[in-house]
Ligand binder design. Structure first.
Ligand SMILES: NC(=O)c1ccc[n+]([C@@H]2O[C@H](COP(=O)([O-])OP(=O)(O)OC[C@H]3O[C@@H](n4cnc5c(N)ncnc54)[C@H](OP(=O)(O)O)[C@@H]3O)[C@@H](O)[C@H]2O)c1
Length: 305
């Protein structure tokens, strides 16, 4: 029976985190909703769950994953409110669109700070109490971009790949203490992150990659609209993952993620590369004729955010 267990969900202010926090609360969990904007996020969560301000199973905690002080403050607040949480769900994340050549290094730094370094710091700080409790689960929300490097989202693919690898490493370390690790390879869900407004746009639409962008935009948007499922469907998958008792569990949530995981097991890397190129409409190998580098140099490094 899982009903009295406590789960910390990061990025609970909106999207998959909000839907998950609400769903888990309805399912009987004590939910610590960690977020940057607690007032707005908790108002949404109370709306979604019908929980009152005095509900002891719904606790808001301020957390900005790019700020070390905020992380240690959040850990203090979590442990004061609930002691050792049973589960920690690393859901918060950011994405960006653009080719490697178009994407400034400052964006890569922010991407790693939010999606990897912050979650690692939060995990390190909570592990002593979780180890002492002798039972728990750490869930890492990955993506299809973590299964293979997707064109035009290299920093995002890189952080999701990194997330999966540190999760695998950590699983071997914490299993003896009764703590399992789950990686959720997440499919496409209808949240801000799949919209232009919800992602950092580094694309240079009239630059050397103009031909890529034209077809990728058309096909990517069409595919996303077709594939996107409701955030509540993700929350159901997360709840199932939280019930796992495997020391390490990597699973797809959503049919598109499941298909990619199967394809990546069955197909060699060159076939996967070809499949993605054709699906995204990227010009074939060598199709773009060389022009002098000076004529196509992209703007100097700057933070687009
Ligand atoms: N939706 C999909 O199709 C999809 C697919 C694969 C994987 N995922 C993964 O699912 C997770 C949730 O994404 P989503 O779809 O729910 O996106 P979303 O609607 O854009 O939500 C992102 C969440 O992350 C939080 N966040 C961003 N930067 C933060 C920071 N520095 N500190 C703390 N929280 C921060 C946001 O908080 P604010 O409200 O304060 O900005 C928000 O709550 C992400 O890890 C994403 O990569 C999503």
């Amino acid at each position: 029976m899982m009903t009295s267990r406590t789960v910390v969900v990061t990025g609970a202010s909106r999207g998959l985190g909000l839907a998950s926090a609400a769903h888990l609360h309805r399912a009987g969990w004590t939910v610590v909703a960690a977020m940057r904007s607690v007032d707005e996020g908790m108002a949404r969560l109370r709306d979604a769950t019908g929980a009152g301000a005095a509900d002891r199973r719904l606790i808001g905690v301020r957390l900005d994953l790019t700020d070390a002080e905020s992380i240690s403050g959040a850990v203090k607040d979590i442990e004061q409110a609930v002691g050792a949480p049973y589960a920690l769900v690393h859901n918060a994340g950011i994405s960006a669109a653009g080719m490697v050549e178009e994407t400034p290094v400052s964006l890569w730094e922010r991407m790693f700070a939010t999606n990897v370094f912050g979650p690692v710091a939060l995990t390190r700080a909570l592990l002593p109490s979780m180890r002492a409790a002798g039972a728990g689960r750490i869930v890492l929300v990955s993506s299809q971009g973590g299964v293979r490097g997707m064109p035009a989202t290299a920093p995002y693919s890189a952080v999701k790949g990194a997330l999966e690898r540190w999760g695998e490493s950590m699983a071997g370390e914490v299993a003896s203490f009764g703590i399992g690790v789950s990686v959720l390879v997440t499919g496409t869900y209808d949240t801000d992150i799949i919209t232009d407004a919800g992602t950092t746009d580094c694309r240079v639409l009239d630059g050397p990659y103009a031909r890529h962008h034209q077809t990728m935009d058309r096909r990517g948007r069409a595919a996303m609209r077709y594939a996107a499922r409701s955030p509540e469907a993700f929350a159901v998958g997360l709840e199932k993952a939280l019930q796992s008792n495997k020391p390490f569990d990597r699973r797809a949530v959503g049919p598109d993620a499941r298909m990619l995981m199967v394809a990546s097991r069955l197909l060699p890397p060159s076939a996967l590369h070809h499949m993605v190129r054709v699906m995204m409409g990227i010009p074939r190998f060598g199709a773009i004729r060389p022009v002098p580098a000076t004529a196509t140099r992209l703007p100097a490094d700057s933070d687009p955010a």
